[in-house]
Design a protein. Structure first.
Length: 273
């Protein structure tokens, strides 16, 4: 099972949009996926068509006593599963809904019991091929809790001075944390969001990021999309939204997922002699 945390140093760079885009790509590809909304604002929960009064236990409650919960029993189907993709039902997409209760764990700590709360909660999880974790927009205790439970961390950045500098600081913190507290973490990468191809400033910052981050910067870049807010406001997957603009965005997220997701290939059976 692959566990990908989507993180950013600060709000406003489109972290939740990237999470929803990846969830849409996984849903359309038929990949059995669980989305965990660790952001206290719980915008991903809303974007996935889950009501905040849904009859399920939120992630903040489960983190308080992780050994007492089997997380799969509290996952709820995304509202997207009621839609169809190209006339066919798409893949399984479940959600552990977010809540403001996760803010209780924002304090940074070096106690392994605290850092491993989410990892403990996910120990019994086997029903999914992919887990996407939407982290808070800060390098706090909740984000580090997600990193400790992850196999991959995806940092979201914009092609701007402050975002580039913040991403560099985040990579330094992530590298130090990985060596000490995140033994499962294998890959770290950055995706650039809201790119305007005609912008001279964006071209400069993209070149700067390639020099700074090398092969940790993913080839897939997410362009600024005019109707993205409308898609999110409707709590709808971009892969099912009509129009050429949405179709182009969907292909970009397919490419992004392809660069991140590593499907498990079952071992071949030995031939009988």
């Amino acid at each position: 099972m692959q566990v990908i945390s989507i993180s950013s140093l600060k709000g406003g760079v489109g972290k939740t949009s990237i999470t929803l885009g990846l969830a849409s790509a996984a849903w359309a590809a038929g990949i059995s996926t669980l989305v965990i909304d660790l952001d206290p604002h719980a915008d991903t929960t809303t974007g996935l068509g889950i009501k905040h009064d849904a009859p399920s236990t939120d992630i903040g409650t489960m983190l308080r006593k992780p050994k007492q919960y089997r997380v799969a029993e509290h996952a709820v189907p995304s509202g997207w599963m009621e839609t169809e993709q190209d006339g066919e039902q798409a893949g399984t997409l479940h959600v552990i809904r977010g809540s403001a209760k996760t803010s209780l764990f924002e304090k940074v700590t070096t106690r392994r019991k605290e850092i491993n709360r989410l990892a403990t909660l996910l120990e019994s999880l086997e029903a999914y091929e992919l887990v996407l974790i939407d982290c808070p927009p800060a390098l706090n205790g909740v984000t580090r809790m997600a990193w400790a439970a992850s196999t991959d961390v995806l940092l979201v950045a914009e092609p701007s001075l402050f975002s580039v500098a913040g991403t560099e600081r985040t990579f330094r913190a992530l590298d130090l944390f990985q060596r000490e507290y995140a033994p499962k973490l294998k890959n770290t990468a950055v995706v650039v969001n809201r790119v305007r191809a005609a912008s001279t400033e964006h071209k400069y910052r993209l070149a700067e990021m390639r020099r700074m981050f090398g092969n940790r910067m993913l080839e897939a870049q997410i362009p600024e999309t005019s109707n993205w807010q409308q898609i999110q406001g409707a709590a709808w997957p971009v892969h099912a939204w009509p129009g050429d603009t949405a179709a182009t965005a969907a292909k970009t997220f397919d490419e992004l997922l392809k660069g991140l997701y590593e499907p498990v290939v079952p071992p071949r059976r030995a031939r009988r002699s």
